[in-house]
Design a protein around this ligand. Structure first.
Ligand code: XMP
Length: 526
């Protein structure tokens, strides 16, 4: 199987290779590097130098790690990287590792400097070259470590020391190898992103080549190169950000040799299917196929109450519908998908990294379909996808859409799904979303939605006893959906939503707000 865009040999873009030792901030380092306009590829810590070399990196960063260099089976990198002539920056554990590997000494720290620590800069060039550092050679850094460098390796200078005399930064200017005891990538390290930028621009000589525009240019050229002059591509279009950006890229690259299939399973939010059809019928005239499979999905789901079973049915059914339509088109060779970078990073490849919960994504089609896969967004984080989408001219209604689970509202209707329940939930959800939007909170929240519980309760409507379902409202803040905090929405906002939901939807007897974070809860209810 071809993995589009993982073959970097053709690209002229500058790249930084980040070796991931399982540090909690590895992903964040990659983000910061990319925000600085330089492409960063995260690789497992034990990637052989021969493989790393293929990326032609302008620099290598060694991440932090929960491990100590002294423990058994401490994760190590291929030592050949030190002789490759490529600049290296070791962060925390990365610094300890390179210190030991290059003949210095590391000892287990007598104290742990978790949190904010001040340090004195002894050499400004090149890492601390920045006005805010030059004026005051005294900075705060975010440290979380136990081990510390006791003796820098031969050829290294001490660039900064903490108040407790720990080496905060060391460097060998000749070999361009540097180590930082503190975490420049975390928000709490003022000037930290400047230290990273100095490494990228001053030490590695990178310029800012990673921009949405350069990405689009590259991606379009590569799609054309992979697909050739005659072949056709089919793409499953859900109307979410990722598949929409893929659609716009394919359309730009191939025009009518790209075909888009939108399977309306009837489990989308209020008016969403209509919006997708409206936008794409106009934009992709003649290439857009709208499959109305609402009845088919409802029929298959009828009566089923087990969450996993519901997910399985939807996934299988989606593949069935897609397959029938795609295969009936005959001469299609490629299948395009909106896989993004966090989906690609191999879970468990980094030392001690937690196994990431894998979701069944309705849009995630198996390669057994017999098509070659094209995944133009494999290199991008979600917010980068949004930037690319904005550059491509996607409307805000799609760009700013919140993440939405593949199985749709079926996992927000507790128990059996029916057309009536779907209509009711769509109304409640639209009201809540509208209130959040009116309150100006839409962009602050990771997700906010309504859930139709399977609990009926007693209430009073007009002068009469009313017996009806409970709607639960859920709103969370999160960085990446791996953990999430319930959103502290104002009582006013909750009250407005509650009054409107119980008032505008006759069936609903009660509205509750979910105050469970993740963990122990999950974001979705099923
Ligand atoms: P949980 O409920 O596990 O959800 O905390 C984390 C994030 O994943 C979304 N989600 C899914 N996305 N297919 C998807 O594409 C799925 O089956 C699925 N289930 C949950 C959820 O909305 C949240 O953003």
């Amino acid at each position: 199987m071809e993995h589009f865009l993982t073959d970097n040999s053709e690209s002229l873009r500058e790249k930084i290779v980040l070796l991931d030792f399982g540090g909690q901030y590895s992903m964040l380092i990659a983000r910061r590097v990319r925000e600085a306009g330089v492409y960063c590829e995260l690789l497992p810590f034990d990637t052989p130098w021969e493989k790393i070399k293929e990326y032609e990196p302008a620099g290598i960063i060694l991440s932090g790690s929960p491990a100590s260099v002294y423990q058994d089976n401490a994760p190590r990198c291929d030592r050949a990287i030190y002789d490759g002539g490529v600049p290296i920056l070791g962060i925390c554990y990365g610094m300890h590792l390179l210190t030991g590997d290059l003949g210095g000494e590391v000892k287990r720290g007598s104290r742990s400097e978790f949190g904010r620590t001040s340090f004195n800069i002894e050499e400004i060039e090149p890492l601390f070259k920045d006005a805010s550092f030059r004026d005051q050679s005294f900075c705060n850094g975010w440290m979380s470590h136990q081990d510390e460098v006791l003796k820098a390796p031969p050829g290294f200078n001490i660039l900064a020391r903490t108040e407790n005399d720990t080496m905060a930064a060391i460097g060998d200017h000749n070999r361009k190898i540097y180590g930082l005891q503190f975490h420049p990538e975390v928000f709490h390290t003022p000037g930290g992103s400047n230290v990273l930028k100095n490494f990228l621009y001053e030490v590695c000589g990178c310029s800012q080549t990673w921009t949405p525009r350069s990405f689009i240019k590259d991606a379009v050229a590569k799609i054309r190169q992979v697909v050739g002059e005659r072949e056709k591509v089919v793409c499953a279009l859900s109307g979410g950000v990722d598949s929409s950006v893929v659609a716009f890229l394919l359309d730009k690259a191939l025009a009518d040799r790209a075909v888009f299939i939108f399977v309306d399973h009837g489990l989308l939010r209020f008016d969403e299917a209509e919006e997708v059809v409206r936008l794409y019928c106009e934009k992709l005239q003649g290439q857009f196929i709208h499959v109305d499979a609402r009845e088919r999905f409802l029929r298959r789901l009828a009566g089923g109450t087990d969450p996993e079973e519901k997910r399985r049915i939807i996934g299988n059914e989606f593949i069935g519908v897609f397959k029938e339509n795609a295969l009936s088109m005959g001469d299609i060779v490629y299948l395009a998908q909106g896989t993004i970078y966090p989906d690609v990073i191999e879970s468990g490849s980094a030392y001690g990294s937690a196994v990431i919960k894998s979701h069944h994504n309705v849009g995630g089609l198996p390669e057994e379909l017999g098509f070659e896969l094209i995944e133009p967004l494999r290199e991008l984080f979600k917010d980068e996808v949004r930037l690319v989408g904005a550059e491509l001219g996607l409307p805000d209604s799609i760009l700013k859409r919140q993440p939405f689970p593949g199985p749709g509202l079926a996992v927000r209707i507790i128990g059996a799904v029916s057309a009536e329940k779907l209509a009711l939930l769509q109304k409640a959800d639209a009201i809540f979303r509208d209130e959040v939007y009116q309150a100006g909170l839409a962009e602050e929240l990771w997700q906010y939605f309504a859930v139709l519980t399977d609990v009926n309760v007693v209430g009073v409507k007009g002068d009469d006893r009313h017996y009806g379902p409970v709607i639960a409202l859920r709103a969370v803040v999160s960085e990446d959906a791996m953990t999430a905090d319930w959103a502290r929405l104002s009582h006013d906002l909750l009250e407005k939503a509650s009054i409107r939901i119980t008032g505008e939807i006759p069936e609903v007897a009660r509205v509750v707000y979910d105050v469970t974070s993740k963990p122990p809860g999950t974001i979705e209810w099923e």
